[in-house]
Design a protein around this ligand. Structure first.
Ligand code: AHG
Ligand code: MN
Ligand code: MN
Length: 337
């Protein structure tokens, strides 16, 4: 087998970035390495998802004698574990945990980042072998170093993220992350167990053919949104169409496709749930950051996602995100901002 030695691994890439900043401490590189390690562990379990019932002893104990846990709890434990044992993270917020977790030990109190994550996104798709993912956003804490991090560190608007990313457990496993300097994608090379740079400097095409929305909720969307979706269905060759509707139900997979190929993803508010379903801190904000760095944009319909001042860990927000020109058209047709 030919191995292309010119291809950088994730660690090599982050170190190369670090070398350009002689004053940088390397904490972010370490944090990304920790997250990638957890992602590799989750990947192994995700690949065995269909075997869980076979390997488990009466559904509760697996062959190693550990409890058979739901995959999202397993994933949560992996991400909490690497961040708690690492030396870059002072605390976390997770979809799976009721409240923020302050690590509060000597090393963690001297760490400069806090991280929000959705350990397993699209978990309803696990049972049917459809792509799922992990989403994370990294913030520099605002509280004093040397002390436990505080609520204020966790409730910063998305525009304060220093990095954000996602892992997609799909036909291959990818780790994609953004800093203000760019978005880069790494594919897991199973032969060496490393994420290798496969998608350097990702840019979101300014327009595309994909629109992703849950059509089942159509009559619960407001008039402007319905008008836009109706327009998507009427697109022809003459005005940039025809469009293709694609909705997997794993936001990571849907937004990943639209980021690479060009498209728009929407989870609007509904009459039942005016704030929609998606969570601001660990679903909307990381993707809004990634898409903006890649040239796209994201709104809740009234303001830029990244400018929303969060009030609580699990707060929800409507989300419209994607290619710049498609987002402009959405705003024009629907009256959203
Ligand atoms: P999670 O599995 O973390 O709860 O999130 C699933 C989310 C998101 O990934 C997806 O886009 C959306 O839920 C799908 O919701 P609907 O089934 O309501 O369309
Ligand atoms: Mn989710
Ligand atoms: Mn989840």
């Amino acid at each position: 087998m030919n191995v292309n030695r010119a291809v950088l691994t994730l660690d090599e890439f982050t170190l190369q970035q670090l070398r350009q900043f002689p004053t940088a401490t390397g904490e972010l590189s370490r944090l990304l390495r920790d997250l990638a390690l957890a992602a590799k562990r989750v990947n192994v379990e995700v690949n065995k998802a269909g075997l869980v019932d076979i390997l488990g002893d009466d559904g509760s104990i697996n062959v190693q004698g550990e409890d058979v846990k739901k995959l999202d709890v397993f994933a949560n434990n992996q991400f909490v574990g690497v961040l708690k044992h690492g030396i870059s993270c002072a605390g976390i917020g997770s979809e799976e945990l009721d409240d923020f977790v302050v690590f509060d030990d000597e090393i963690s109190n001297n760490s400069k980042y806090v991280v929000h994550f959705d350990p397993l996104d699209g978990s309803g798709n696990i049972d049917v072998n459809v792509s799922i993912g992990t989403i994370f956003g990294v913030y520099r804490r605002v509280s004093e170093l040397g002390k436990p991090c505080t609520r204020e560190d966790f409730l910063q608007p998305g525009n304060k993220q220093v990095a954000a990313g996602y892992v997609i457990y799909g036909s291959s496993t990818m780790f994609v992350y953004a800093t203000r300097r760019g978005v880069n994608g790494f594919t897991l090379d199973p032969s060496i167990g490393e994420f290798s740079l496969s998608h350097p400097d990702i840019k979101c095409p300014p327009t595309g053919k994909f629109y992703s929305v849950n059509h089942g909720n159509f009559f619960q969307y407001n008039e402007g949104v319905r008008k836009y979706i109706d327009g998507c269905q009427r697109k022809t060759k003459e005005n940039g169409g025809p469009y293709t509707q694609r909705y997997i139900g794993s936001m990571v997979a849907d937004v990943h496709r639209n980021l690479i190929k060009g498209g728009i993803f929407m989870y609007p508010g509904t009459t039942d749930k005016p704030n929609g379903k998606l969570r601001l801190l660990y679903e909307a904000n990381p993707f809004a950051f990634i898409l903006e760095v890649a040239g796209g944009c994201a709104t809740d319909g009234t303001q830029r996602i990244l400018d929303i001042q969060p009030e609580s860990l699990h707060q929800r927000t409507p989300l419209f995100i994607g290619s710049k020109e498609m987002m402009d058209e959405l705003k024009e047709v629907s009256g959203l901002k």
